[in-house]
Ligand binder design. Structure first.
Ligand code: CMC
Length: 437
């Protein structure tokens, strides 16, 4: 089970207001900046803190993922993402995120067996798909089917039972590739392909996604390795919007499938996981290198509301370490597929070069993020653009469920409930309709 390093008090900050002073504990974890604990502030000074979009607020203690945005560092349970992407497999990383340490051979065997034996979906779920339009966005299908899982697996939704929590975690990690692949098959009008337990996690997903009954599907080891690496790179990212959504939903005691469905909904937006799809749309709209200067001018014009998709990050202000690995993987995939000339990649590289030299992006510390290159790889691997964000969701499911488990086991856990600065009308009396202007 996840180990939790409890933060320690390293000092005291004093806040004064309206003739009163409040001594506030300053807490530090194992890495990263210390945090002022303001939980008693309202009681002592009668004020709340104001931090819309939570840019300056730590919402929980967590021992899962660490990011140093200035140094471009990402650690899962202390291990640098570069090492995991190079040496590990997705299921090994999934075990690490869930349980806190890298598994030994026996532990990995038991975990792999457990995940593998949960890959099938309740047959009744198949019929759920018939209700969707053929052109339904796969994220809409993912969100609905995952949300509906509590109706199909009601024996693992008691959040207070550790064994049921564990079964739900296995079910989510094992079944999300099947749900994702079937969302595509439904869009494509092809028969659903059932999971194969003799294949590894990424092979099984690629098989369910690409195989058709009419001919054998051949795996390309470079592509299955690339798939695994893409999943590793997206597996967790501390308290981002979708993870915070999962935690907030989970804080109410909602069942794990409902919480993950909430996370999928939150991931869908173009500022978050939807960016990989938006990058390809943007590149298609730019169309040619000659159009880059006009596009950049549009991005810099605040009135246009156009963003350079795949650029910028709330936390990374130097570089996104995932983007570097993704770029390298992109070259490997294109080479494995014998693609010598990829106009999208040429365009992306030129766009990146121009943006990285432009004062607008340099002064705002805007760099390519994980989504800038992932779409080009996924496109080369034969995934339709609409499937990019579902693949992100597939990978992030293990992060969401690990964070959800950690939250439930946290003795400090209470329902999440932010406050507000109310700016509406002061108290006023009801006016009968015939007296309103
Ligand atoms: N293109 C143009 N300008 C940008 C961009 C961008 N991609 N990102 C930020 N800026 C500007 C922003 O307008 C602001 O300018 P000013 O100071 O003049 O008002 C400045 O840079 C600071 O940005 P911010 O709004 O404070 O940044 P944020 O932390 O609120 O937003 C972000 C982070 C990722 C939502 C944003 O950078 C963005 O929308 N990027 C494009 C979408 C994208 O690629 N998202 C994927 C993020 S990584 C994967 C994931 O998390 O899912």
């Amino acid at each position: 089970m996840p180990h939790s390093v409890t933060s320690k008090q390293v000092g005291t900050a004093t806040l004064s207001y309206d003739g009163k002073s409040a001594p506030l504990p300053v807490l530090a974890g194992s890495l990263g900046p210390a945090c002022v604990d303001i939980r008693k502030l309202q009681g002592e000074l009668g004020v709340f803190t104001f931090d819309p979009s939570y840019g300056a607020t730590a919402s929980c203690e967590s021992s899962i993922t660490y990011i140093d945005g200035d140094a471009g560092i990402l650690l899962y349970r202390g291990y640098p993402i570069e090492q995991l992407a190079e040496k590990s497999t997705f299921l090994e990383v999934a075990y690490l995120l869930l349980f806190g340490n890298l598994p030994n051979t026996a532990e990995l065997g038991v975990f792999t067996n457990g995940v593998t034996r949960h890959t099938m979906l309740h047959e009744q779920i198949r019929r759920f798909w018939d209700g969707f339009r053929r052109d339904a966005h796969p994220m809409a299908m993912l969100c609905s089917v995952v949300g509906a899982m509590s109706a199909f697996y009601p024996d693992s939704i008691d959040t207070q039972d550790p064994r049921q929590r564990e079964i739900s975690a296995y079910r989510m990690i094992a079944k999300i590739p099947t749900i994702t692949a079937w969302a595509h098959k439904y869009n494509a009008g092809q028969p659903f392909v059932y999971p194969r337990n003799d294949l590894n996690y990424s092979e099984n997903f690629l098989h369910m996604f690409h195989a058709v009954p009419a001919e054998p599907y051949t795996q390309n080891p470079i592509l299955t390795r690339a798939m695994d690496r893409i999943l590793i790179l997206h597996a967790d990212h501390e308290q981002n919007a979708s993870t915070s959504t999962v935690r907030l939903a989970g804080s109410t005691g909602a069942n794990p499938f409902a919480c993950i469905a909430a996370g999928i909904a939150s991931l869908w937006g173009p500022a978050h996981g939807g960016a990989n799809e938006a990058v390809l749309k943007m590149l298609a709209e730019i169309g040619h290198k000659d159009n880059i200067p006009a596009f950049i001018a549009q991005v810099k014009d605040k009135n246009s509301h156009v963003k350079l998709m795949g650029f910028g990050h709330r936390v990374y202000k130097n570089f996104d370490p995932r983007a570097k690995i993704m770029q390298q993987t992109c070259y490997e995939v294109l080479e494995a597929l014998g693609i010598k000339d990829e106009p999208m990649l040429d365009l992306a590289m030129e766009l990146e070069k121009i943006a990285l030299e432009d004062e607008y992006f340099v002064s705002r510390k805007l760099y390519p993020n994980v989504d800038f290159y992932s779409g080009i790889i996924l496109k080369a691997m034969g995934f339709p653009t609409t499937m990019f964000t579902p693949i992100f969701a597939l990978a992030r499911t293990v992060g969401w469920i690990s964070q959800w488990m950690e939250m439930i086991e946290d003795p400090q856990q209470r329902i999440g409930r932010p406050r507000q600065i109310y700016t509406g009308a002061a108290t006023r009396d009801y006016t009968p309709i015939d007296q309103r202007g």
